[in-house]
Every structure is written in structure tokens, then in C-alpha cells.
Design a protein around this ligand. Structure first.
Ligand code: 2BA
Length: 106
């Protein structure tokens, strides 16, 4: 059994969540904040049987879209080094897969 953490942009959260539910994956959604942009993003926790992990990752991949986001000068992130907006590509999804040692329901 594995635990998938998937970090997606808020715009994609509903699509990812609904697609996971439609595919019969249990999912928990949490609001989170990225350390670099310091903007809100969404983290999903999905526990899956080993043999369904690739399927879960495909569901996430198919419903999360990469976008460009702009860092505006003076927001404290670039130490004043740039007076021009800098753009970075964010997502589709950042995923981590970790083993689940025990799964219990009380
Ligand atoms: P943020 O930390 O806000 O990062 C947003 C985007 O900024 C990143 O997109 C990446 O394109 C860029 N970025 C991040 N750190 C950078 C740096 N030191 N220099 C230049 N550009 C940088 P993604 O890679 O798609 O990451 C989206 C979000 O996923 C991140 O939001 C963070 O919340 C999470 N994340 C990414 N890598 C992670 C990691 N290794 N551990 C934990 N969370 C991670």
C-alpha cells in the first residue's frame, strides 16, 4: 500500500478530486502554501493499493495542468535583484509516493 501526496494548483483541485473519486480512490484534500511563491496550493493525500498507484498518478496527471506564474518585483522573493516580472512554470502536479506501513480504521 502506498500514500501519494499530490500538490496541485487550486484551479485544478476540483477536477483532480472528482476524477479520483470517480476512479474509486479515497482522497483527502488539504489547503497548503508553496514555500517559493508563498501562494495557496492544494495537497491531496491518496492511499492506494500498490497495483493501482500508476493508475492514480495518471488520473492526477490527466487533470492537473502546468501554468506559468509571474513573480512581481518587490514581493520580497528576489531580494530586489530584478525590476522585471519573472515567470516560473508551476505544476501540473508534484507527486511523492511513500510506503504505508499500517492502515487502520477504528
Ligand atoms: P512553490 O514552492 O510556491 O513553487 C512554485 C514554483 O516555483 C515551482 O513549481 C517551481 O517552478 C518554482 N520554484 C520553486 N522553487 C524554486 C527555486 N528555488 N528557484 C526557482 N524556481 C523555483 P513546481 O515545481 O510545480 O512546484 C509547485 C509546488 O509544489 C511548490 O510551490 C511547493 O508547494 C510544492 N513542491 C515542489 N517541490 C517540492 C519539494 N521538493 N518538496 C515539497 N514540496 C514541493
Amino acid at each position: 500500500m502506498k500514500l501519494i501526496f499530490a500538490i496541485v494548483q487550486p484551479k485544478d483541485a476540483k477536477r483532480v478530486r472528482n476524477a479520483c473519486i470517480d476512479a474509486h480512490f479515497g482522497v483527502t484534500q488539504m489547503n497548503s502554501v508553496g514555500g517559493f511563491l508563498r501562494e495557496g496550493n492544494t495537497t491531496f493525500m491518496i492511499v492506494s493499493k500498490d497495483e493501482r498507484v500508476d493508475e492514480a498518478l495518471k488520473v492526477i496527471k490527466d487533470h492537473a495542468q502546468a501554468r506559468r506564474q509571474y513573480l512581481t518585483p518587490g514581493n520580497g522573493l528576489d531580494n530586489g535583484a530584478s525590476s522585471y516580472p519573472v515567470d516560473v512554470q508551476v505544476g501540473g502536479a508534484i507527486c511523492f509516493v511513500v510506503p504505508v506501513e499500517r492502515y487502520m480504521e477504528f
